[in-house]
Design a protein around this ligand. Sequence first.
Ligand SMILES: [Zn+2]
Ligand SMILES: [Zn+2]
Length: 273
Amino acid sequence: MSHACPNPVSAINPISRIINPMRSICLQSGSSGNAFFVEAGNVRLLFDAGIGGRRVKMRLREAGYDVNRIDALIISHEHSDHAAHAGALHRLYQIPLYLTPRTRQAIGYRLGKTFDVRHFQVGQTLDFGAVRVRTIPTTHDAVDGAAFIVEHDGKRLGIFTDLGSPTLSLFGAVRSVDAAYLESNYDPHMLRVGPYPREVQARIRGTGGHLSNAEAASLLAARETPMRWVALAHLSQHNNAPEVALRTHVEKVGADYPIHLTKRYDCIEPLCL
Ligand SMILES: [Zn+2]
Ligand SMILES: [Zn+2]
């Protein structure tokens, strides 16, 4: 199964970009840091800043992209695995920073000096020329958490992490996309017998926590047709394992469903749509 982008050289070739698909890279995902890169048309977006500038730069460069040519850094919520490096990335690479006023307040002094902040409200659509980013509310225990759908040229890519619970609006969002990075955080049995104290276990399972493998799979199973691909994201180190997540999804949606796995400490190959 290949959804890998065919020609990384096209990132610096304007002619091939015209006929290029939407390209995305999960630069890393999990409680140690999250960042997702999307190129659609001539717009390049970075979602979340949970890893440092040098790593973002290096991982993008390996895929043929220049970190200095990103049009927007969009922050989903204030938790440090998504926002710890927001200020630094914003300053270092001169990237306009998009976040909600409440998320900005919650990040507080950790953001440091800013020069170009653009506020949005969750539910609003952000326009970047022909590329639109829909923002979707989540029940995750952040002050103002958002999931995202990137739309361009009739294609839709979901960036769905730190979701809290599988709400009706989330079912709708998952149904509407062609491909997605989808949180599949924990296996309930591994969580129960794992190292976390009971309060923390309750938080993860609760409506303000994360989606289990089965909850994530139920979002996929509710679709009429499979996505072009899904990449399971934000897998817990202690309460999940790649093979367990994969098995749960395959049981719900079948072995033919194209499923990729993101990594806790590294990027994965660019995925195209
Ligand atoms: Zn997170
Ligand atoms: Zn979070």
